[in-house]
Design a binder for this molecule. Structure first.
Ligand code: BV8
Length: 230
């Protein structure tokens, strides 16, 4: 049996109404990464960053998973071999679609983190500077999201899965953010077949053996049917 590793990005949530980061109407088109998704930006203006994440946390609670999220949950349920699902997304749509395990390498909008004691808890809708940590009461709560310049989460587990995988699929990602954009090369070095499933060619499309272009709600269920049908 194959060992499948799937990496998803904002494109898989696009048809659920969650914005993407780049491309038409992308979050980073209107917002400055340096001000909103870096530790330096947070240190400069924590209220502005909390507001940015409060707005996205509330938006994330209003959208539903789509056929692409549901197809991946079906693959995780029905496939005989191991399926490791890694997402760059900070929304909870894979879990909402029924995926039994999701590795959030860039954290989660629904999570809060205490910078004083490392405690993690479910974030309230609204967080602001000085929000107290429920464990140590320090006024040090921040969104539990990985900013640029910070180490992504679960990298040991991810590296081990890539080193053993026989099939790697990147779905809905522009391939512009590292280390995620380099996972295809790690999978290729492990001897895996690699497939890019995206609306258009990503920045690393040439690293993939196979490509399937189109909207995720069309391309992902078809790909899952192919994998399950093999
Ligand atoms: C780190 C959380 C090291 C926050 C995010 C120069 C070279 C190489 C690397 C670097 C460099 N300079 C700096 C770096 C490192 C940096 C980086 O890669 N920068 C880039 C911009 C050059 N990376 C980091 O800082 C990472 N950390 O390297 O740490 C380290 C080592 C030791 C010690 C300490 C540190 C951390 C990166 C994580 C940043 N956080 N998110 C938040 O979300 O608010 S990144 C952010 O981008 C999201 O996580 C997002 O998921 C991710 C990637 O974007 P995509 O998911 O790909 O989304 P995008 O909009 O770009 O693309 C959407 C795609 O979907 C498109 O291709 C589109 O065509 C497609 N699509 C659209 N609609 C559909 C569709 N596809 C199918 N169907 C549709 N309907």
């Amino acid at each position: 049996m194959d060992r499948i590793v799937i990496l998803t990005g904002a494109g898989i949530s696009a048809e659920s109404g969650m914005g993407t980061y780049r491309g038409p109407g992308g979050l980073w088109d209107s917002m400055r990464i340096a001000d909103l998704a870096t530790p330096e930006g947070y240190a400069r203006d924590p209220a502005r960053v909390h507001e940015f994440y409060n707005m996205r946390r509330q938006r994330s609670a209003t959208v539903a998973p789509n056929a692409a999220h549901e197809a991946i949950a079906r693959l995780q349920r029905d496939y005989g071999g191991k399926v490791t699902l890694i997402t760059q997304n900070v929304d909870g749509l894979h879990e909402a679609a029924g995926s039994p395990s999701v590795i959030h390498m860039h954290g989660r909008l629904a999570g809060a983190l205490c910078t004083a004691c490392d405690h993690r808890w479910d974030a309230p809708d609204e967080m602001s500077p000085g929000h107290p940590c429920p464990a140590c009461a320090a006024p040090e709560a921040r969104p539990d999201v990985v900013w640029f310049g910070e180490m992504p989460y679960h990298m040991e587990e991810i590296t081990a899965a890539l080193a053993r995988c026989t099939l790697f699929a990147a779905i809905g990602t522009s391939g512009q953010v590292y280390p995620a954009a380099g996972f295809v090369q790690e999978a290729f070095r492990a001897g895996a077949h690699t497939v890019e499933i995206n609306l258009e060619p990503s920045a690393v499309v040439s690293d993939f053996a196979e490509t399937r272009f189109g909207r995720a709600t069309q391309t992902v269920p078809a790909w899952v049917d192919d994998v399950l049908g093999r």
